[in-house]
Design a protein. Structure first.
Ligand code: ADP
Ligand code: ADP
Length: 575
């Protein structure tokens, strides 16, 4: 490790932004350099690097630091640092880059945010990295999944020359750099500051925990939520920040502050907790709260948690002396109805009931539109969450029909569309196979590749309709299982839900019906790549509804979908 990448760790902050003149000079020179368009994750890392949130790092790690961090949780010079901060680039860029070059780092619009002085270029063993850093290769772990599935094959390391901070247009008054926070603390006379990390909306348990930590330590509080990237499926940060703002009014005036952290989390549990603590030290805090299952990635396929609930606390305890920031450990906080107060479980008398509500139960309650008890959260927080997560009967959704040609998809989908329009309340759109091929995919044919592109386009439109609270009814053949899954994931990644309906009609019956005379043409060889005759149809593995159209009329089929939607809560009582 070259020493110039490390500032002596005496609490000094790294600031990688160059002055205006140098920035202009670099921009001019960059016409001769290669460029790299940063991913969202890389932009988060760059922002933390630039303003010293990652002090003492002065750039993306070189190979020696990377290997040492993966193996020993230390930079090559011995400084404690638990997670790799690397810049991954594609094959083509790597092939054209040499040591000593500069690489222009740009945002998605092409604005040059920084220059990287290329010191090292190598192909990492990502599986080994997963094992060392996350202690597992299991892709159920979101950090591992991201590492193994979304990482480019080359790492490039070297010093960063910062030209411009990544732009944010949201909550700008709540985004403070380490330097700004340090200055604010000094001005306010805050000497002891306890930082609280979170990626979830705060409820009473979090409020009680933070307030107790402040009281017991006679310290001020920094609520420091992550708004960069968190675990997929988390509540979006817009909603969360509105919740945090509401919560701030419950702390005594002048004792607590809210600031947003543009960090990309790795969900690395204990190692991540250590990292969070170092980052908070850089932001001028003296104490850091670590509760139960800090930065926990959840469970593996067999239901076993990846890390123990208090492993993060043990890790910080082990490194407490060299950390330079003090851990404030907390056991799980729960509500004790008998005493009408929150307590850490180990302090609550054994005979008394301690209440908790999991994130899953909260989501279920919101989906059903059931009330959320007062002990669990604050009214303002509940209102915000109810706005973002209305009950299922008011949310958008997608009904995706699949089946052979002439199986009955269009007929049933059209009846369903009419029934849902009669019901009212939500706009509904039918994306019928033929309509889509005319308006969205007119240039596509019927090869597997083209069929899948067509279905992905339908999926994209359906996901947007669903996200915006409408009903999308899709009725393509969609013969391939994988792409049907992809559509479901596309919809779910935007917080929506999809119901897959298999219109299960035997081939002979479809051929008999032959509504458009296409089976006859396929048999005659006039129409090629015809599903069921000269092209495959993969039956859905796990459809939500199966319609046996040989035993029901189209009206009955549409009714059974409607009743299924009612059963799942997508259609509900008017009030
Ligand atoms: P993450 O740990 O992934 O940021 P959270 O936002 O849920 O997830 O938690 C933030 C902090 O609060 C962590 O230190 C966590 O251990 C702690 N925490 C969350 N809920 C509780 C609870 N009910 N009792 C004790 N600690 C908690
Ligand atoms: P697809 O959209 O799957 O190609 P269509 O809905 O265009 O199929 O054609 C199905 C044909 O089968 C229509 O003529 C329809 O009237 C007829 N049919 C007969 N019984 C049923 C049923 N139970 N459900 C749906 N369609 C049926």
């Amino acid at each position: 490790m070259s020493d110039h990448l490390i500032e002596p760790h005496n609490g000094t902050l790294v600031d990688l932004l160059v002055d205006e003149q140098e920035a202009e000079q670099l921009k001019k020179e960059s016409e001769q350099w290669l460029s790299w368009d940063l991913t969202q994750r890389q932009i988060c890392d760059l922002e933390l690097l630039m303003h010293g949130g990652f002090s003492p790092l002065q750039g993306f790690m070189n190979q020696a630091d990377y290997e040492s961090v993966c193996k020993n949780m230390r930079l090559n010079d011995g400084t404690l640092w638990p997670l790799p901060i690397t810049l991954d680039i594609d094959e083509e860029t790597a092939q054209n880059l040499n040591q000593g070059d500069k690489l222009a780092l740009r945002d998605s619009e092409g604005v040059m945010l920084a220059a990287l002085c290329v010191e090292d270029l190598w192909q990492p063993d990502l599986t080994a990295e997963a094992r060392q850093v996350f202690n597992t290769e299991d892709k159920e772990h979101p950090g591992v999944a991201n590492l193994l599935q979304n990482t480019n094959p080359w790492y490039v390391g070297g010093r960063v020359l910062g030209i411009e901070s990544p732009r944010h247009y949201d909550f700008t008054d709540l985004r403070r750099t380490p330097q700004e926070l340090r200055e604010e603390f000094a001005e306010a006379g805050w000497q002891k500051v306890i930082a609280f990390q979170t990626r979830n909306p705060m409820h009473r348990a979090h409020f009680e925990l933070t307030f107790r930590a402040a009281k017991e330590n006679e310290a001020n509080l920094l609520i420091h939520p992550v708004v960069g990237m968190t675990k997929p499926g988390d509540v979006n940060h817009y909603t969360r920040v509105r919740c945090y703002k509401a919560i701030m009014s419950y702390y005594p005036t002048n004792t607590a502050k809210l600031s947003l952290l543009p960090l990309a989390m790795r969900m690395a549990g204990p190692r991540e907790a250590l990292w969070h603590a170092i980052i908070r030290k850089n932001y001028g805090c003296t104490h850091f709260i670590v509760g139960r299952d800090h930065a926990g990635p959840g469970k593996d396929a067999s239901g076993t948690p990846f890390y123990g609930p208090y492993e993060a606390q043990e890790m910080l305890q082990q490194y407490q002396d060299e950390l330079g920031i003090k851990m404030v450990p907390f056991k799980l906080m729960g509500y004790v109805p008998e005493k009408s107060e929150y307590m850490p479980v180990d302090e609550a008398p054994e005979e008394l009931e301690v209440k908790h509500m999991s994130g899953t139960e909260l989501r279920e309650r919101l989906a059903k539109g059931v009330s959320i008890p007062d002990w669990f959260s604050f009214p303002e927080v509940i209102t915000e969450l109810q706005k973002t997560y209305p009950p299922r009967k008011e949310r958008g959704f997608t009904v995706f029909f699949t089946g052979l040609p002439s199986s009955g998809k269009s007929t049933i989908a059209n009846i369903l569309l009419v029934k849902l329009q009669e019901l009212g309340g939500r706009a509904a759109t039918l994306l019928d196979g033929d309509i889509v091929r005319k308006h969205l995919s007119s240039e596509l044919g019927f090869s597997k590749e083209h069929r899948n592109i067509n279905i992905r386009r339908i999926g994209f439109v359906a996901s947007e309709i669903t996200k915006n609270g409408g009903i999308a009814i899709c009725a393509p053949i969609a013969p391939y299982e994988q792409v049907r899954q992809d559509v479901r994931e596309m919809i779910e990644s935007k917080g929506g839900e999809m119901q897959l309906v298999h219109v299960s009609t035997p081939l002979e019956v479809c051929e008999q019906r032959d509504r458009k005379g296409l089976y006859a043409k396929a048999r005659a060889g006039i129409v090629k790549e015809f599903t069921g005759i000269s092209d495959p149809y993969e039956e859905p593995q796990n459809p939500d509804v199966t319609l046996t159209t040989t035993e029901m009329t189209p009206e009955e089929a549409a009714q059974s979908v409607l009743l299924h939607l009612e059963h799942e809560g997508f259609i509900g009582p008017a009030r």
